[in-house]
Design a protein around this ligand. Structure first.
Ligand SMILES: Cc1ncc(COP(=O)(O)O)c(C=O)c1O
Length: 419
């Protein structure tokens, strides 16, 4: 008799080893939080950087622009490098940011795809790319996918989380392909000084390396301070600048980002060719939403006033709580919506984060999930929720912290398996 299923016809799909060491702590924490939510528990989520999950709303003129594009039949594939009108608007925006030698622009499905494309185009297996530590984990994940190496350089907490330039320079070797900057920074909230950026440019020139500058938070600056696009300060350094609509224009679900290539003539030609090959291979980025790029960059920026106002108040509340709470210290964030405080806790940061969700229903991400040294435990707090919710979350974290400092063994006890 023929059976369609027997023990020896059941087999598991084999997977590549490349991703074995990849961590994506932000989503891991979310999985525990989602499980509790399914059990009917209300979890205060300070782990995911999506403003739309809180009291931030997409500016109506952008919704109208995208809807109009759909009504006007812009629903087919877009040109692979992006819609001409969006590319023109991005060029003009880069020019306003002081980048006067833009060579090429390419529209991507979020900065996420921009990161994937650029690292794929620049790093062969065995190569390495300088990645800040703590990092935004997408960089190391994509490098792992390419069998290339994240070559971590230190961000220095004692200097407001600015890059440790001696460490950065010392890490460069013959297999290094680029220096990545995330400015304003996720997860620390740092905004780099002009001097730091100029010194990085000097290292890049000396070692003949391109710079990849992720500036997705560049319009979310919380203090009155001058900010700089790396490419504007170093026009002679071949530079890849990332930006997009997700954060400042409150449409992370639209998946619109872009790559701006700048530098001396011809230094970016080869990279652009490779990027276009990758862009063609995925046909196009989201079409109708690209028609919201010009209205976003050139239309009313009114919503940003309210966004900054809210973020400032929430940042101040966060900084104040950190200052007042025994066992907590924090460099006050100056941009984006992340704080990266240090907690004095007895055990591992990952275990603390798990127990905090289970015990107090607040989700935060442990610093080791961003590659930070677990011996000096840090946590990333997303301060997007309103003040009442944040105050509630900080009260819960404070009481859990006090308990764990008094009775380390109890706070460390693991109640059972976590998926
Ligand atoms: C530093 C940084 N770069 C890139 C991204 C991804 O942005 P996008 O939504 O455009 O893919 C994020 C998202 O949190 C981020 O924090």
């Amino acid at each position: 008799m023929v059976t369609t299923q027997s023990a020896n016809t059941i087999y598991e799909i084999l997977t590549a080893h490349r991703l074995e060491h990849v961590r994506y702590a932000i989503r891991d924490v979310a999985a525990v939080a989602e499980r509790l939510a399914r059990e009917g528990k209300r979890v205060i989520a300070l782990n995911v950087g999506d403003p739309l999950a809180f009291d931030f709303r997409t500016p109506p003129h952008l919704i109208e622009a995208a809807s109009k594009a759909m009504r006007d039949g812009k629903n087919g594939y877009a040109p692979s490098p992006g819609v001409a009108d969006a590319i023109e608007a991005i060029r003009a925006d880069a020019e306003r940011r002081g980048i006067h030698n833009v060579r090429e622009v390419l529209v991507t499905s979020g900065v996420s795809e921009a990161i994937d494309f650029c690292l794929t185009a620049m790093a062969d297996s065995g190569d390495n790319v300088l990645v800040p530590c703590p990092d935004y984990p997408m960089y190391s994940t994509i490098l792992a996918k390419l069998a290339a190496k994240a070559n971590y350089y230190r961000l220095d907490e004692a200097r407001g989380w600015e890059p440790d330039l001696n460490d950065l320079a010392a890490k460069i070797n013959s297999s290094t392909r680029a220096i990545i900057l995330v400015n304003p920074n996720n997860p620390t909230g740092a905004v780099y000084s002009r001097k730091t950026l100029e010194e990085i440019a000097e290292i890049a020139r000396r070692r003949r390396l391109p710079v990849i500058s992720d500036e997705i938070y560049d319009k979310l600056i919380l203090d009155d301070q001058p900010t700089y696009s790396f490419a504007a300060l170093a026009p002679d350094v071949p530079t890849v600048t990332f930006n997009g609509l997700s954060k400042a224009y409150l449409v992370p679900g639209w998946r619109v980002g872009w790559i701006v290539l700048s530098g001396p003539a011809e230094t970016t030609n080869g990279l652009y060719e490779s990027l276009v090959k990758l862009a063609r291979a995925r046909l196009s980025a989201n079409h109708p939403f690209q028609h919201a790029v010009r209205p976003a960059l050139e239309g009313s920026q009114e919503h940003l006033v309210e966004v900054i106002q809210k973020l400032r108040a929430r940042r101040d509340l966060t900084a104040h709580w950190c200052q007042q709470t025994p066992g907590v210290s924090c460099v006050p964030p100056r941009g984006a919506f992340y704080a990266f405080p240090r907690f004095e806790i007895p055990g591992s940061d990952e275990e603390f984060a798990r127990q905090l969700i289970l015990g107090r229903q607040v989700s935060i991400v442990h610093g080791s999930g961003f590659g930070a040294d677990a011996r000096a435990p840090h946590f990333r707090l997303v301060f997007l929720p309103d003040e009442a919710t944040l105050s509630d979350a900080y009260r819960r974290i404070g009481s859990f912290l006090a308990d764990s400092r008094q009775a380390p063994s109890k706070a460390q006890a693991h109640p059972g398996p976590l998926q």
